[in-house]
Structures are given as structure tokens and as C-alpha cells.
Design a protein around this ligand. Sequence first.
Ligand code: ARG
Length: 481
Amino acid sequence: MYRSRLGGGIGDAALRYVSSVDDDAEIMAYDIIGSQAHVLMLNRCGIIKKSDAKKILAALRGIKSPGRSGAEDVHELVESLVIKKAGMESGGRMHTARSRNDQVALDMRMKVRDDINTVCGRILDVAEALVSVAGGHQKTVMPLYTHMQQAQAGLFSHYLLSHVDALLRDVERLAGTYGRVNQSPLGAGPVGGTGIPINRKMVAQLLGFDGLVENSIDATSARDFAAEYVSMTSIMMTNLSRIAEDLVVWSTAEFGFVELADEFASPSSIMPQKKNPDILELTRGKTARILGDLVAVLAASKGLATGYGRDLQQAKQAVWSASRISAGALEVLRPLLLTIKVDEKRMRAAAESSNLVALDISDRLVGEGIPFRVTHQIAGALARIAHESKRPVSGLGLADAKKAVRGTKVDAQLVLDVSSTATVSSSLKERKSAGSSGYAEQKRMIAGRAKKIHDYRTELASRENRIKAALEDLQRQAGRI
Ligand code: ARG
């Protein structure tokens, strides 16, 4: 349709190579809505007649899913369908003062703002599931790890809440991204704007945008909004991937801390006994893919001279992929978490088996006025003696305590009093610092996170409602003309 400057039609292979029609299926609806707003504005600004606008809007309304076409992208496709339906005299006016360059940026921004809201909603669903599981495990003792070695005794609720906090930061980050995405580029034209007296703000308002991407060069050339979105979702997926990795490890026979419900596990084609955590492995695997998507968006932009270049067409696939991966991973994780079986006994046994109270003993001795470096040395010596004699620290005697205090001025009896009464439970009772594994902190954190989730849901609903109200109003106005 656009080839007046070019001699003949495009060859089949060339068309297949340049066409984004398949990828554009994701933005066709946005393209149509964007065109409705544009046409309303053209009429209100006296650029096209009411009768033409009417015909174009009727044609736009009638567009269903199109069959095969020779169009290079959805913008050409929609325009050609409108011209076919409304005739060249009216339909040929739809693209006045608009370019595919501002149009594609508009469609992408409309899709990304919706995707942000979808992803945020699902993150909040997962966070809520984590909080609810945490609620039932405020007394479930487990080892906490550093270097994948047992480090301190902790609580399963504390572990779960740590991921809630990371996910809530993802929601906050995406909300920030939303503000930068929800700006209208339409009316920027190909790159430098237009002499036709359009009203960009009117279009932005009709489409529920918060403002304009003002500079027309920036509006058409930049894809940092897409890179930001894929970046935020990539970070979110790395957070999910860490949860997935923990659950994969903890569901091994060696750990046996958790067991997935059958409906979230996969069998083996040959080994009848197998129960594999494929969903969790795919979350790790798909995280690898989204990181690739991020690189794809950034790389498509980095060497591009300012002004639209067709390279940018490739960024769309990466954005769509990021949305599919994120929404899918979140959707399946929520019920997986809610149905997970936790073996509290095994968790506790693991936490009690390896002298995780060493740091707590050291801390108690600090409370007796002894310098921490000295208490660290004594508790370390106790742990070594316990390990070598295959006894728990709490089972050591005075002779052991005497060995442990050697070279210090500390009284062995005091050390024995402390070490013989230190248990995982006592240490969790004593753990008081803000945000710690202490019993008391769990209740406070659970209530705090539940409130945050509620507040973020309210904020999300208001973003969604603003878009919905604007687009419903647009339909009313388009229908009335
Ligand atoms: N299909 C293109 C894309 O997705 C639309 C913009 C094409 N503009 C152009 N001047 N070739 O990015």
C-alpha cells in the first residue's frame, strides 16, 4: 500500500523477512483503539470532516481477525482494511499526521502498561500465597544457609517472608516503570512532528495516558521504556528462580524438607518412582530466556542512530516474551506454593543436628560482658569439640568447657552453664533484632506484609480503573459521532 516511490511489489521472501504481522497480533486491538482516538482528534481539530470520521470509525469497529495479507505490519493491515471498507475518500484520511513510527511506539506502550498491571497483580497473588504459608509456619524451625552450609537456626516463615519482600520491591519497581510507560508518543509523526494542527494532549487523554512523550525524536526513537520493563521483569524472574532453586533442592530425598503436590510434579517416561520438579526447573530455565530478551532489547537500541530504525521491530518479540514468561511463571507458582507439603520434623532435625546454636552461645557470653572476638573463639572451640566427639554442644561437660576457654580469662563453669542450656528454641526466643528469625518478629512482619499487599492492590486497581474508564469513554465518544 505504501510503495508509490518503489517500482514493483515486494517479493515473497522479502515480505516474510520484513513482516511483523505475526508478532503484531499482540497489538492489533491497541492499534485499532489508538486509531479511534486519533480519528476523533482529527475531527475535533477540524482536520477531517465528521462524515469521514464516522465512516473510518465504523470500518475500525468492523475489523475482525484478518486473514492472510500482503501487509508488512499491523499498521498497514488495519489501514488497508479501513480503506477497503470506508473507501479511499474517507479511509485514506485516517493516517493524516501520523506515522507508523509513533503508532508502533503507542501500541507497545499500551500493551506494556496492561502487561505491567497483569504482572503486578500476579506478583501480589504469589506474595499473598507466601504470606499465607508463612502464617502457618511461624514455629517451623529450619536451618538457614550461607554458602549452602548450615549457618543459623531460623524459621520457615522467615524464609518465605524474605521472598515476599523481594517480590514487593518488584511491584514497586514496576509501578515506577508504569509511570514512565504510560505517556503517549502519538502525534510525534515519523520523527520531527507535523505542521497539521493536531492536539496530542487530546489523544493522550482519550487513551488514558498520564501525559506525553513530548520530544518527537525521543518518542519515536527510544525503547528505553521497553528495556526498563524487560529489565524489571527479569529481576522479578531471578527472584522467582531463587525460590525455584531452593524448592528443587529441598524436595530431594537427601533434604526432604518439602514435597510438591502431585499436580505440580512431573513423572519420568521410564523410571516409575520419579516425581520431578519440572515446573520449578522451567522457572529457572525461562529466567535464562528472559535475560536473553533483555539483552535483545538493549542490543537492538545500542548501535542505532537516533531516529526510528527497523531494528526496533525486533524489540517487540522480546517484550512479548518477557510478559508471557513472567505471567506464566507467577500464575503457576501461586497454587504450587499453596499446596506444598512441609516436613517440619525433618527441618527441625536438620537444624538441631549441627550446632547451629554456636553463634547464640557466643552472643549469650557477650551478654556476660566478654568481648565478642573471645566468645567467638570459645563457641568455635566448643563446636569443634562437639563435632570431633560426635556430641551436641549441649551435651558437653566441664572438661570440654575448660578446653574451650583455654588461653582466655573466661570462667569454664559460666561457659558450661550457657552451652548446656542453649537450644534452637531458646535461641529463636532470644533472637530479637528487627527482621530476624526470632519468634516475635514473625507475627509483626506477617501483618506488615499483608497490609502492604492490600495497599498495592488498591493502587493497582486505581491504575486499571483509570485505563478502563478512559477507554470506555472513548468507545462512547466514537459511537456517538
Ligand atoms: N512494523 C514496524 C515495527 O514494528 C512499524 C514501524 C515501521 N516504520 C517504518 N518506518 N518502517 O517497528
